[in-house]
Write a protein that binds this ligand. Structure first.
Ligand code: FCB
Length: 452
């Protein structure tokens, strides 16, 4: 069997990704803090608490990322710290972020700065947050302040993390705050998030013409439960459009299409300098006439699928290639802003990492314009409704003592980043069970995907 080395392009960026509420600790002024406090919302009654204590010691973890040979780190700014009351901005908070970004650059880590990653200031949430059109202007004002304060430390901006996840989990499925179940609301929230993104895009470029501004899109591979059943195929296609396609079409062409709306919004057009991809999993959907709110679908488990910890979803590395092929139709540079696996004992992460990177390598061979890969995540952090039960870190964290322990995957990822390649030695050392999937052509590209 031919055991080749997979090389990555010389300027490829290896990084890690995280978000404010999940790592900073003490974010008591946002809606997630309140949501966590209510019984039944978070697995095991867990709280974010001190999280990874980044507000006080992020730099220790920056050292870890730098020492691994990484070149970039994605983090987010906590709106509730920067603007604790409407119109009152906290200079000390902005200064803390400025020093973090400076610390990253001093360590050779280019910051990627996300401006909204699921959390809202409490005052905004009380008014309905993204249900209201007025939030778009509030967001633009906050972004303006942030860019004024931090613009000389960062030029890579991610406006909003996963609008589709925020809208669907908060307003349709109801697992995220505010816990609503209303498709109409979800679509309105999605529309406002897109408009917020566009407003931020224009604001950032006005202040910093050389900025590179994008958004992180959660791409879920959606398949019909029974590919031979017409109704399953149609239902899956509609959900794929609503989850993956609709929002990207809006930002590319300025077209709001059903079910989100029917309008031409020119200010939305071409508001991406790059597109971010957060990829984790795939789902199979069957037609369900009793579920109009779920666009007439229900999720059907695939018995053959390998599931991740805590039923997080199917481990499906080929989906990364498929997602990249779809996003490449936008003709924009692609940043893989998140990809990772919950795996507390790190017995699957090395294989999962290798198999995903192998898919990325395929896509690069086809000259897809992929610039970066950010692994989610550096250190175990507060995983939203799953609390501390899901562990995505290359480093293990004991939230009670703040002690970190390096997992073997950290060594593997560091070796890949430093060598800019996957070598047979690494496969042998970290996940020999991956051989059969890596070579010789187990990752051959699947058939073409449907249109965006
Ligand atoms: C993504 C979120 C991120 C993290 C990962 C596991 O959907 O953007 O905050 O929770 O999932």
């Amino acid at each position: 069997m031919l055991k080749a080395t997979f090389h990555f392009p010389p300027d490829f960026i290896w990084g890690v990704s995280t978000s404010s509420h999940q790592v900073e600790g003490g974010n008591e002024n946002n809606q997630w803090w309140d949501w966590e406090a209510e019984e039944g919302h978070i697995k095991g009654g867990d709280r974010s608490g001190a999280a990874c204590d980044w507000w006080h010691r992020a730099e220790e973890d920056f050292d870890r990322a730098a020492e691994m040979g990484l070149k970039s780190l994605r983090l987010s700014i906590e709106w509730s710290r920067v603007e604790p009351e409407p119109g009152r901005f906290d200079d000390a908070a902005l200064e803390r972020y400025r020093s973090m970004l400076e610390g990253l650059r001093q360590r050779g880590l280019e910051p990627m700065v996300t401006l909204h990653h699921f959390t809202n200031p409490r005052w905004l949430e009380k008014q309905g947050a993204w249900i209201n059109e007025g939030t778009i202007a509030y967001f633009a004002r906050y972004v303006e302040r942030v860019v004024q304060a931090l613009g000389h430390e960062a030029r890579l901006w991610c406006t909003i993390n996963e609008p589709n996840v925020y809208a669907s989990l908060g307003y349709l499925i109801g697992d995220f705050p505010p816990g609503h179940h209303d498709l109409k609301e979800g679509l309105l929230v999605l529309r406002h998030l897109l408009e917020g993104h566009a407003a931020a895009y224009h604001t950032i470029h006005r202040l910093q013409p050389t900025a590179q501004v994008g958004l992180a899109h959660n791409f879920l591979v959606v398949e019909p439960a029974n590919p031979r059943a017409f109704l399953d195929r149609t239902a899956a296609r509609l959900s794929d459009w609503a989850y993956n396609g609709m929002l990207l079409t809006a930002l590319q062409k300025g077209l709001l299409l059903p079910p989100m709306g029917t309008a031409y919004l020119p200010h939305l057009r071409r508001t991406l300098d790059w597109i971010g991809l957060n990829y984790y999993s795939r789902i199979h959907l069957a037609f369900d006439r009793h579920a109009p709110e779920m666009l007439y679908t229900r999720i059907v488990a695939d018995e053959k699928a390998e599931m991740m910890d805590g039923n997080y979803g199917e481990l499906y590395p080929k989906g990364l290639y498929r997602a990249l092929k779809r996003l490449a139709r936008l003709n924009l540079p692609i940043y893989i802003t998140e990809n990772g696996i919950p795996d507390a004992d790190d017995d699957r992460r090395p294989r999962a990492l290798l198999l995903h990177l192998r898919q990325l390598w395929w896509a690069l061979q086809e000259n897809l314009p992929i610039r970066a890969y950010y692994h989610w995540t550096l250190v175990d952090n507060f995983e939203w409704i799953d609390g501390w039960s899901l562990r995505f870190g290359l480093f293990e964290l004991d939230p009670a003592t703040q002690a970190r322990k390096r997992r073997p995957s950290a060594d593997l990822y560091a070796a890949i980043a430093q060598g800019n390649a996957i070598t047979p030695d690494l496969v042998e050392a970290y996940a020999p069970e991956a051989w059969e999937h890596l070579y010789p052509d187990a990752g051959a590209p699947p058939a073409e995907e449907a249109a965006l």
